[in-house]
Ligand binder design. Sequence first.
Ligand SMILES: [Ca+2]
Length: 81
Amino acid sequence: MSVIGFIRNHWVPTPQQMNQSSARVIKNSDSDGDKLLTQSELGIRPENFSKVDKNNDQLADVKELNAYTPFRQIFKEVKGS
Ligand SMILES: [Ca+2]
């Protein structure tokens, strides 16, 4: 198994780590300071944003970011955009 595969299968963040990660993403990307991220603030494709935005209000909050399991994909996409 590759290192990436091992991490993907075995690294499960604690709720506190998830909150910290989500808060960091919001802090870095929240251009209007409302503590919520739009699709363009988050910088991911609309089809991926719809997976994050569970209540369909077009905004991603900490809980929605926490619940989005392939979280590292967001970092990859934000980094690559
Ligand atoms: Ca939402």
